[in-house]
Design a protein around this ligand. Structure first.
Ligand code: PLP
Length: 387
């Protein structure tokens, strides 16, 4: 076997474990109502929680931003690739989430990969929820700090591990809303533990920003926590409907990140036009109480409407509503049966989720109608009996 044959064999193994992933090419812009291969589908799988990604006002803002500020940044931010519109975006974001300063990264993955190694290193310790996002896990490994993986939401175990640690610098890291489970971390308790054990607290609010808290200011605003220990990350690619991410917190911490976060320093600045579109997006988020109220109605409709015995919705009050199916084959069969009916919800399998907990990750958006959700409930309730 040559090197390529090894890859062929490994890909064949993915096939036999039903773990090979495929992509679908969507015709048209992001919406719950999409066309794939000429056929219409109602999709319950995007993170476009407020329905802004396909909003013509953002498309117009991006076009206007491109005319005014151009598309390419031309260099990294610290060389000559930083624009006034990006500075304005950072000030707007910091004010919106109620923190001193913010720094915008090209993506959420890059933000996490930059922040953690900038804050801790060899000899330090990280305390991380087991279900944290992949980017937080990879960043933790990259930092070379001692990694303590804590059982999901187990603040007693976290307290025990913190109490035993002799590390000079400690960092507690958690998703706010867990991306594959939809549940929310006990943010006030995490903050109290950070204070008690003199640790930093990094919260990844990818799924809370724009959705939770007053005017969509995020899960941290909802929990009412702040202060210099709290470093918060929010994505601009999910509810905000565009691309990129920001880290917000104490001005000194943000200055440190600007000096030390390698994924900020050693990459070309994000397109200035994007910042212009994001300023428009934040206006829509802030004025989006109607969208958030509609989303809450859809979530209530879904959680009340399911009558499953075999498959269970995880307890979640957020737009992420996972239906646990169990084995990969059934999850794939259910996904395929829903496709036949014009409903699109991809099956999420290991390694994204633990083995034996394959699921349909249903996500709701303010762009769904009540009729969309009722159709989904009716179809899954029927398939549960027949599949
Ligand atoms: C999506 C996501 C990220 C990555 O954000 P991108 O902007 O898509 O790179 C990070 N953390 C969590 C929890 C996420 O869900």
């Amino acid at each position: 076997m040559n090197r390529l044959d090894h890859l062929h064999a490994a890909l064949d193994r993915l096939d036999s474990q039903l773990l090979r992933r495929v992509r679908r090419d969507i015709e048209g812009s992001c919406s719950p109502h999409v066309i794939i291969d000429g056929r219409p589908f109602t999709a319950f799988c995007s993170n476009d929680y407020l329905g802004l990604a396909g909003d013509p006002r953002l498309a117009e803002a991006l076009a206007e931003g491109a005319r005014r500020w151009g598309v390419g940044a031309g260099a990294s931010h610290l060389v000559s690739g930083h624009y006034a519109v990006q500075h304005a975006l950072e000030e707007r974001l910091a004010a919106f989430v109620g923190r001193e300063r913010a720094l915008v990264f090209s993506s959420g993955f890059m933000a996490n990969m930059g922040v953690i190694p900038a804050m801790v290193g060899r000899g330090d310790a990280i305390f991380a929820d087991r279900l944290n996002h992949a980017s937080l896990i990879d960043a933790m490994l990259l930092s070379r700090a001692d990694a303590h993986r804590i059982q999901h939401l187990d603040t007693t175990a976290l307290e025990r591990q913190l109490a035993m640690s002799t590390a000079e610098t400690k960092l507690i890291v958690s998703d706010s809303v867990f991306s594959m489970d939809g549940d929310v971390a006990p943010l006030r308790e995490l903050m109290a533990l950070a204070e008690r054990f003199d640790a930093w607290l990094l919260i990844d609010d990818a799924h809370g920003f724009g959705v939770l808290g007053p005017q969509g200011r995020g899960a941290l605003a909802e929990a009412g926590i702040g202060g210099w220990r709290l470093i918060q990350m929010g994505t601009l690619s999910k509810a905000a409907g565009v691309s990129g991410a920001f880290v917000a917190g104490d001005a000194t911490v943000i200055e440190w990140l600007m000096q030390k976060a390698r994924t900020y320093i050693f990459t070309t600045g994000s397109p200035p036009a994007m910042a212009h579109a994001l300023l428009a997006s934040i206006e829509l988020i802030e004025a989006g109480d109607d969208r958030r109220a509609h989303l809450v109605r859809l979530i209530e409709c879904l959680t009340k409407g399911f009558a499953q015995e075999r498959w269970k919705l995880l307890p979640s009050r957020t737009a992420i509503q996972p239906l646990i199916v169990g084995d990969n084959a059934t999850a794939l069969a259910l996904g395929a049966a829903l496709m036949e009916e014009g409903l699109w919800i991809p099956a999420i399998r290991p390694p994204t989720v633990p083995t034996g907990s394959a699921r349909l990750r249903i996500t709701l958006s303010a762009a769904h109608t009540l009729a969309d959700v009722e159709r989904l409930i009716e179809t899954i309730n029927r398939l549960e009996k027949t599949l």
